[in-house]
Design a protein around this ligand. Structure first.
Ligand code: ADP
Ligand code: MG
Length: 391
């Protein structure tokens, strides 16, 4: 997967940052951003300074030179976008240091980070289009039509959507990590010291956990939402000791595919989430519930229109149009759901086209991996240049 190489982070000057930001801004309406435009947006006097910044940024791969029939220019790389997001989080005091990578999702990279006061957090970088398109030809064709800019745009939409949903779900007391910040294609959230359900060998009372998970699906639907990718990878299990007894607490994550109960395929999504839990409990824990359902129709009967969260998210800025754009992509790419049982989606396919030249290497898509929790975050030095308040 694409490594987040932060080694250059502390060497960038404030002019470098301004130029990087200028390339980002120029990318919004230019496939390639020509040097004079970079100079103009950055608002830096004197040509040589800008050229120096440009070559410094290109050298560490934050921008890439692109030759074109009409003119040469630069484009932002995913690495450059990572840096810009990190810098925004730094300025907002959301992130101070970066720890181990703990997850390589199909379409995200997950890192442990720490806030300036030492709180462990998770940084999720959305990387849409990285893997899903490799196998299916139709998907590749869809991909080719899209430029680098729109990958970044879609990744940003995914992060925005995830943050918007988490914010509201957290506030409403649903068991989700506390969202801390959102910038571009990244979300910073509470670190849940846990294991994905997938990694749990056995549990003392599967019926109890099963019931809790089904209740979650139903409670969400009552508030107008369907997770859409409710599987054993997206349910984290936290172990809590209460009065000497171990209690398993499920926490749900991963919301880019969440849909409204008004969605045309709401029934299908709801039933799929339910079936996914059912199947998993049967296979892994040999547990089958006596009760049928739950059913979407029952949940909808209990819906209070005034408490609909789908409507609130839409009002919060993640518009219907944005939802559509992202959904169009998700439909083509498919979620975790479709790949749960096979490694096929995890990039072990040699016969692939490079999706985006931004992805320097793809050698280690090893799926979810839990590494040491105590990464010494407390004493980690800042990953950023120190003593420069105006980066
Ligand atoms: P993807 O969209 O790539 O599936 P997820 O949000 O599901 O990304 O995260 C991938 C993995 O990273 C999860 O299965 C989990 O192991 C880990 N992870 C994600 N968020 C957190 C968190 N807040 N706390 C602890 N682990 C997390
Ligand atoms: Mg996931």
């Amino acid at each position: 997967s694409m490594k987040l190489d932060i080694s250059a982070l502390r060497y960038l000057t404030s002019e470098d940052w301004r130029v990087l930001q200028a390339v980002e801004q120029g990318s919004k309406n230019h496939e390639l951003v020509p040097t004079p435009l970079i100079q103009q947006i950055a608002g830096l006097r004197g040509g040589s300074g800008v050229h120096k910044c440009i070559s410094a940024l290109a050298k560490v791969g934050l921008i890439a030179k692109v030759k074109n029939a009409k003119y040469d220019g630069y484009r932002l790389t995913y690495g450059g976008l990572d840096y810009l997001a990190l810098n925004t989080h730094r300025k907002a005091s959301a992130i101070y240091s970066l720890g181990n990578q703990i997850g390589v999702g199909k379409e995200s990279d997950i890192y442990i980070t720490a806030s300036p006061d030492g709180r462990q957090l998770v940084l999720k970088l959305h990387r849409l289009g990285r893997i899903s398109f490799r196998t299916v030809k139709a998907n590749r064709d869809y991909l080719r039509k899209r430029s680098t800019g729109s990958w970044m745009y879609l990744s940003r939409l995914a992060a925005q959507k995830e943050h918007a949903f988490m914010r509201i779900l957290y506030r409403e007391g649903f068991p989700v990590p506390e969202p801390v910040a959102w910038s571009r294609h990244t979300v910073v959230m509470e670190f849940i010291d846990s294991f994905p359900l997938r990694m749990i060998e056995s549990i003392p009372d599967p019926g109890k956990l099963y019931g809790e998970l089904m209740d979650m699906i139903v409670e969400l639907a009552k508030r107008g939402l369907i997770h859409g990718d409710f599987n054993e990878f997206n349910i984290l299990i936290k172990e809590k000791t209460v009065n000497g007894k171990i209690r398993l607490e499920p926490i749900m994550i991963d919301f880019p595919q969440t849909v409204s109960t008004n969605h045309a395929n709401a029934q299908m999504y709801f039933d799929r989430d339910v079936a996914c839990v059912k199947r998993y409990f049967e296979r892994r824990f040999k547990y089958t519930s006596d009760e049928p359902g739950p059913f979407l129709a029952d949940a909808l009967k209990d819906t209070d229109p005034g408490r609909r969260l789908d409507i609130e998210v839409e009002a919060s800025g993640f518009s219907k149009k944005m939802a559509k754009e992202l959904e169009q992509y998700v439909e083509v790419a498919g979620g975790d759901q479709t790949e749960t049982d096979g490694a096929s989606a995890l990039g072990h396919d040699d016969d692939v086209d490079e999706i985006d030249e931004d992805d320097e290497d793809d050698e280690d898509d090893q799926g979810v991996e839990h590494s040491e929790r105590e990464a010494g975050e407390d004493d980690a030095p800042s990953i950023f240049r120190v003593g420069d308040p105006d980066l």
